[in-house]
Design a protein around this ligand. Structure first.
Ligand SMILES: Cc1cc2nc3c(=O)[nH]c(=O)nc-3n(C[C@H](O)[C@H](O)[C@H](O)COP(=O)(O)OP(=O)(O)OC[C@H]3O[C@@H](n4cnc5c(N)ncnc54)[C@H](O)[C@@H]3O)c2cc1C
Length: 270
């Protein structure tokens, strides 16, 4: 078993290295831009220190950021790419976690021009490029890979429902970006639901998602590709609703930013 896993990992490393602009192991990047996306999520833009190219990646993939020494400890964390491939930067969008080691290090200590080490984009939670309607159902920081998928598929003409749940507009990342994209592409329909809206918030709905809320966004034949990205509680509800509404199991895709065991017992067998 161990040998099979090592061989699988080796084949990913080799594939990453052989891509044009690709690399194996760690590569140095420079922080060239940072931009607040909400009161709790900030985007970090990185360009290669060696000025060589960047590889293509699939929307939904993540990179790994490696720090050799934060308070004497070597740490690494995975972050989803939050923009489409084909740019001259790699962008991640990070939620500042209370007492989180790496997220706070990025926010507090990494300045424009500083170097960081990144491992190449990888992961098999990726956007299927077909013509089925696309439903991106996210909550909180789960929005990050969905933005990469949205940016990738926006111009395809494919019907896209971009459903995002947030506490309120203050913590709702990328709202202006999604609204602007939707204004220029009538195949994109955003739908925002806030659990604790403030007086200045203008969500499409309030409270929490339920079956009738999701059903209203689906075609009668349920033949959609659904991507769910969110914290654990929302994920459990969303996956239960998706299966109860009859979306085919092999068209329900999900990624959780923590250990998969936390999703038991509602993991979907594909
Ligand atoms: C595939 C994938 C993609 C991801 N994409 C993103 C992304 O796009 N954006 C993003 O923001 N995150 C993403 N994550 C999550 C990210 O990898 C980190 O887990 C996250 O940023 C927290 O890291 P940290 O070092 O800041 O926090 P950590 O130091 O790991 O701590 C995490 C939380 O646990 C708490 N904690 C730590 N130690 C203890 C303890 N002993 N007792 C109690 N509580 C404790 C901390 O207070 C903190 O709130 C992704 C994860 C995966 C697996």
């Amino acid at each position: 078993m161990a040998n099979i896993l090592i061989a699988a990992e080796e084949s990913v490393y080799t594939a990453n290295e052989q891509k044009e602009g690709g690399w194996r192991g760690e590569r140095e990047f420079i922080l060239v831009k940072r931009e607040d996306e909400s009161s709790v999520i900030t985007s970090f833009y990185f360009q290669p220190f060696d000025n060589q190219g960047l590889p293509d990646f699939d929307a939904g993939q993540f990179l790994t950021i490696v720090f050799d020494d934060i308070d004497g400890v070597a740490v690494r964390r995975n972050y989803s790419l939050s923009d489409a491939a084909g740019k001259d930067y790699l962008r991640i969008s990070v939620k500042r976690e209370p007492n989180g080691v790496v997220s706070n290090h990025l926010y507090n200590n990494i300045q424009l021009g500083d170097k960081v080490k990144l491992r190449a984009p990888s992961g098999d939670f990726t956007l299927r490029s077909n013509t089925k309607p696309l439903v991106l159902l996210t909550a909180g920081v789960g929005i990050t890979p969905a933005i990469s998928m949205l940016n990738t598929a926006a111009g395809s003409g494919r019907d896209i429902r971009f459903i995002h749940a947030a506490i309120n507009s203050d913590v709702h990342a990328f709202k202006q970006h999604v609204d602007t994209l939707a204004a220029g592409n009538n195949n994109i329909k955003p739908l925002y639901i806030y659990s604790q809206p403030q007086t200045h918030c203008q969500p499409h709905a309030t409270g929490f998602i339920d079956a009738s809320f999701i059903e209203a966004q689906l075609p009668a034949d349920r033949d959609v590709e659904l991507y769910v990205l969110s914290p654990i509680g929302f994920m459990k509800s969303a996956l239960t609703i998706a299966t109860s509404l009859g979306i085919p199991n092999n068209q329900i895709h999900y990624e959780f930013f923590g250990p998969a065991e936390s999703l038991m017992p509602i993991r979907i067998n594909k």
